[in-house]
Design a protein around this ligand. Structure first.
Ligand SMILES: NC(=O)c1ccc[n+]([C@@H]2O[C@H](COP(=O)([O-])OP(=O)(O)OC[C@H]3O[C@@H](n4cnc5c(N)ncnc54)[C@H](OP(=O)(O)O)[C@@H]3O)[C@@H](O)[C@H]2O)c1
Length: 243
C-alpha cells in the first residue's frame, strides 16, 4: 500500500488532503505540531471514510525531529511514496514594523520545513526510483500581499524549491509540484478581520472562497498515475484570483 506523509494534517486543508488521499487508497501519516485532539479527529475522519492512517507529532522546522520522524516511518513501513508539504503558519504585519523573530518563525515552518522533509524523503524515493512530492504554496507568492512579507517570501521560496528539486529528481521517477491555493475557508482565513475577508472576496472572480476539499482533489490528482509526466509546476487553485 502506498504511504503518504502529509504535514500539518490535523486541521484545515491538511485534514482534507489526508481524508482524500486515504479515500484514494494511500495509508496516510497525519503530522501535526501540537494539537493532538485535532489530529485524532483527522484520523477518525480517515477511518470513517474507509481509509487507514496514523498520527505523528513533529515540528517540520526541527532538523532532528524531521529525520527521526522519517526514520520511524521507514522502519515501520519500509517506504514513503508521497510527501505533501502542507504545514504552514502565517504571521501578518506591515514590512516597516515586521519583527525579525516573526520572519524567522514563518520561514522556519513554511520553507525550512519543506526543505528538511524533502531532503529526508529524497534518499528512500531515489532508491525506489519513484515518488511524489507536493508542496502547498499560495497565490500570494505570485500576486504579492501587503502586510504579509514573510509569508509571501516563504511561499515564493517554496516555488523555487519545487523547481530545483523537480530538476534534480526527475530522472529517477520522482515528481515535485506545487499547488497554490487562493483563499480557502480554514482557521487561517477565519483569523482575518471581516473587512479584509470581504475585500479579498470582492477580488475573486468566482466570488467565493475555496473549500479545502477542492485543494485536496488537486493533490490527489498530482499524487496519482494520471500526473506521471507533470513536474516542476505551480498549479493555481484560486477561483481566478490570479491568472
Ligand atoms: N487557508 C488559506 O486560505 C490558504 C491559502 C493558501 C495557502 N494556504 C496554505 O495551506 C496550508 C494549510 O493551511 P490551513 O489554512 O489549512 O492552515 P491551518 O488551518 O492553520 O492548519 C495549519 C496546520 O499546520 C500545522 N503546523 C503548523 N506549524 C507546524 C509545524 N511547525 N510542524 C508541523 N505542523 C505544523 C498545524 O498543526 P497543529 O494543529 O498541531 O497546530 C495545522 O495542522 C498552509 O501551508 C497554508 O500556508 C492556505
Amino acid at each position: 500500500m502506498s504511504v503518504a506523509l502529509i504535514t500539518g494534517a490535523s486541521r484545515g486543508i491538511g485534514r482534507s488532503i489526508a481524508t482524500a488521499m486515504a479515500q484514494a487508497g494511500h495509508h496516510v501519516i497525519i503530522n501535526f505540531a501540537g494539537n493532538e485532539t485535532a489530529a485524532d479527529e483527522t484520523l477518525a475522519a480517515v477511518k470513517a471514510a474507509g481509509g487507514s492512517g496514523q498520527t505523528l507529532r513533529f515540528d517540520v522546522g526541527d532538523d532532528e525531529a524531521v529525520s527521526g520522524a522519517i526514520k520511524s516511518i521507514l522502519a515501520e513501513h519500509g517506504q514513503i511514496d508521497v510527501l505533501v508539504n502542507n504545514a504552514g503558519i502565517s504571521i501578518d504585519g506591515l514590512l516597516m514594523r515586521f519583527k525579525a523573530a516573526d520572519w524567522d518563525k514563518v520561514l522556519a515552518t513554511n520553507l525550512r520545513g519543506a526543505f528538511l522533509t524533502t531532503k529526508a524523503v529524497a534518499r528512500p524515493m531515489l532508491k525506489a526510483r519513484a515518488g511524489r512530492i507536493i508542496n502547498i504554496g499560495s497565490v500570494v507568492a505570485q500576486a504579492g500581499s501587503a502586510g504579509q512579507p514573510a509569508y509571501c517570501a516563504a511561499k515564493a521560496g517554496l516555488e523555487g524549491l519545487t523547481r530545483s528539486s523537480a530538476k534534480e529528481l526527475a530522472s529517477r521517477g520522482i515528481t515535485v509540484n506545487c499547488v497554490a491555493p487562493g483563499f480557502v475557508d480554514t482557521d487561517m482565513t477565519q483569523a482575518l478581520p471581516e473587512a479584509r475577508r470581504e475585500a479579498i472576496l470582492a477580488e475573486v472572480p468566482m466570488g467565493r472562497m475555496a473549500a479545502a476539499e477542492e485543494i485536496a482533489a488537486t493533490v490527489v490528482f498530482l499524487a496519482g498515475a494520471g500526473a506521471g509526466y507533470v513536474t516542476g509546476q505551480v498549479l493555481g487553485v484560486n477561483g481566478g484570483l490570479y491568472m
